[in-house]
Structures are given as C-alpha cells and as structure tokens.
Design a protein around this ligand. Structure first.
Ligand code: CTP
Length: 407
C-alpha cells in the first residue's frame, strides 16, 4: 500500500503549461488513496479549467480567497489546517518569488504563508523555461526556499513547450508521485549506503546465444526502491532485465556473473549493507566462441563444457569489512522445496547473518511473493504480499538489525 494512502493533500497550481501534468498527478494521487483539494491561481486557470480538476479530485476547486462557500470566509486558514502537505505543481518562477517574499495576494500564496509551518510541509515542483530556471534570481530563490524549509523537487530536463531544450520542465506526474511517496516514508536508513544486486546473469556461448534464468529482477528492484525511500544511497547492480530504474537509485548494468562480481567489488567499499538478490548463473560455458557456432550439416551437436562462476555473495561475506561487522550481508535463496532447511543450510554455507528464502518457481516474474527470513536465532515469515510491500518490510527489518530502528 502506498505511504500516501489516507493523506489529505492540497494540490496548488500556479500558471504554467505543465499544468496539464497536474491533472494526471491529481488522478494518480486519488488512485493512491489520497484526498486531494485543488487550489488554482488565476494564471493557472488560463492553462487548465477548474472543471477538469474538480472532476478528477471529486471536490470543488478553490480559486479565490473571497470564496463565500467557507462559513468564516477564511479558505486560506481552513484548507491549510486540514492538509498533511501542500504540493505546488506547477510552481512558476513568479510563484516561487512570491513564496520567497511571503507575499499573499491570492489564495494559494496566502495559504502557503498561513500554513502551520511545523505541521504542514510545503512541497514545490518548479516548471519554467530553461533560461528562467537558470537565471540567478530563480536559483537564489530556490536556495532560499530550501533554507526556509520548503521541500523543493528537482526539475526535469529535455524539450520544452517553447521549443528550447534544457532544464526546467516540471517532473512527470509519476515522478512527482514517487517523490511524494518517498517524502512520507520514514527515513530508517538515512545516510546509509546500500549495494543491491538483481536479476539474472547471462553467460555467453557465442555472440548470439547464451544461458540465463527466469529471474525478472523485480524483487531486487523493489528492494532498491524501498531502501532509497527509506533514505539510503543505493547502488543497484543489475543483470539483463527490462525494468525501469527506481527514482534516485544509481544503476550499474552488467551481463555475466564475472561482470557482476567486478561491479560489486568496485562499489562495495562504501556500503554498509549488501543485499544479494541476483540469480547468478552457477556455471558458464567453459569457452565462449567469438563467432556464431554454425550447424555443419552432420547432425552433430556442439559439446558444451561448463566451469563454475565465482560466488559473489560468499566472496563479499568473507571480506574483512563484512567479517568486522562493518558490512551487513543479506543473501537470497530461490528454492523449489524444503525452504526452511535449504535456507538455513545456505545461510551457514554463505557465511551471512541474514538469508531470505523464497520459492523460486512461484515468484519468478510475478509481482508478489512470500519471504522467509532466516538468521542465527531462527526463522520469521513475511507472508504473501506484493514485492514492494515485502521489500519495505525487509528494509525495516534490516534497519532494526543495524540498530537504526527500535525492535
Ligand atoms: N549467489 C552469488 N553468486 C553466485 C551464486 C549465488 O552471489 N555465483 C548469491 C545469490 O545472489 C543469493 C545466494 O547467493 O543471494 C544464493 O543463491 P542460490 O543460487 O540460491 O544458491 P547457490 O549457492 O547457487 O546454491 P544452489 O544453487 O545449490 O541452491
């Protein structure tokens, strides 16, 4: 379930062509279980109608501080007191300048000024032309708004409505949604560095063929996302998968087990936690042909010999930092049967404090799973749920083990 479920958000629109994305954002927020109260400036109404946003939010939109619907005629007080956050998207350059100066000549700016500053966070998604964004006045305003406690979202980069290309686009609705989810997630891994491996590896037979497995990478990607939301700096070493990189996560793509080991060794130095979810191929062809192996018409099949791949998890778990307790290693076990027995034995064999077991054939490629957490004390089940929910629970469990979160 989204961390946004049950929240009440005031979605403020100031004037900008990016207002069309706010309609989508409004819809996505409602879908995530948020009640959305839309407030628009007069300029915003030139780009998007209040009718559209009323239909999407299911609530009348406020556009004026003189709105007589409020019994006490104080919409700026009433609306801001009810909110878990005010999100201004799009925030124009002019609107940010207003916020900076504490001006209050329309309902949205008045409401931002009148909000209880310690209880109602203000989250701002800027949107403007690249020159306006780069202008020292705007950059000065952004820096000062941060100092004033405003949570500034990034801007996107790319083609702009004006025909120019550069920084200043408003983030897409799904990116803002992701950032809002992260904003409301408790920061149980604040400042920690995590390294996660995910997906299968691919071991080449020749330039067009190879051996791999059915791992989709979804569990590892969900863990990387949950760790980032929990405040960690995350590096994700991914085998060949077709999944989007979770927002805010640094991704290193690899192909073979040996590439993965190299990437892990290059990135593990700064990590405090290593989570090895990758389904690393146990063996690779002893030789990989430079050219495609052709049929010769004789009916003979090529004779493939195999050699064992390095065990990445066991290698890391034996490293001095892991042995000294500076690096917490978590292994995964994809089994087909006798999960508890195999996971318990595997934990000892790999030399890791925590091993997470799951039934491989039941979960490969799926969006849900069930996990068994095995440590030196015994086993604990995380019952069947979406991979994202399980990832969040696993991250909380790891945070407790690191002492960052009370048991
Ligand atoms: N692993 C690894 N490098 C390998 C093989 C496995 O890092 N070459 C890691 C996986 O990422 C996982 C754990 O080891 O965290 C267990 O992987 P699994 O394939 O289930 O275990 P194996 O050691 O290969 O044992 P078996 O195949 O016999 O079950």
């Amino acid at each position: 379930m989204s961390t946004l479920a049950g929240k009440h958000i005031v979605l403020g629109l100031s004037g900008g062509i990016a207002a069309y994305k706010s309609a989508e954002l409004c819809r996505a927020l409602v879908k995530a279980g948020v009640t959305v109260q839309v407030v628009m400036t007069e300029a915003a109404e030139h780009f998007m109608t209040a009718v559209t946003l009323q239909a999407l939010s299911g609530r009348p939109v406020y556009t004026s501080q003189w709105d007589a619907r409020e019994g006490n005629n104080m919409a700026h007080i009433n609306l801001s007191r009810e909110a878990d956050a005010i999100v201004v998207a799009p925030a124009s350059a002019d609107f940010m300048a207003k916020l900076l100066h504490g001006r209050a000549d329309d309902l949205l700016s008045l409401m931002c000024l009148a909000r209880p500053i310690d209880q109602v966070p203000l989250i701002v998604a800027p949107a403007m032309n690249r020159e306006m964004w780069a202008n020292p006045a705007t950059q000065r305003n952004v820096a000062q708004l941060r100092v004033d406690g405003v949570h500034m979202l990034d801007v996107g980069q790319g083609d702009q409505a004006c025909g120019e290309t550069g920084d200043g686009r408003m983030l897409e609705a799904d990116e803002i949604l992701e950032d809002l989810e992260a904003f409301f997630t408790p920061k149980v891994l604040a400042g920690r560095q995590l390294l996660v491996t995910a997906g299968p590896t691919y071991e080449a037979i020749d330039p067009v063929r190879g051996i791999t497995n059915l791992s989709s990478g979804k569990m590892g990607f969900a863990i990387a996302r949950a760790a980032h939301m929990a405040g960690a700096h995350v590096t994700l070493v991914a085998g060949p998968v077709s999944l989007p990189t979770p927002r805010g996560v640094r991704r290193v793509d690899v192909r073979s087990a040996r590439d993965m080991l190299q990437a892990v060794e290059q990135n593990v130095g700064a990590a405090q936690v290593f989570i090895s979810t990758a389904a690393v191929a146990d063996w690779r062809p002893a030789t990989s042909a430079d050219q495609k192996i052709k049929k010769d018409g004789s009916g003979q099949t090529p004779q493939l010999g195999f050699v064992e791949n390095p065990d990445i998890l066991a290698t890391v778990a034996k490293s001095p930092r892991a042995q000294a307790g500076e690096l917490f290693c978590v292994g995964f076990a994809a089994e087909s049967h006798d999960l508890l027995a195999h996971a318990t034995a595997k934990r000892e064999r790999k030399g890791v404090p925590l091993l997470v077991g799951n039934i491989g054939p039941a979960t490969f490629g799926q969006d849900d799973n069930a996990l068994l957490l095995v440590d030196a004390q015994g086993a604990r089940e995380l019952p069947h749920a979406s991979k994202q929910v399980l990832a969040t629970q696993l991250i909380e469990d790891i945070a407790r083990r690191l002492g960052a979160l009370k048991a």
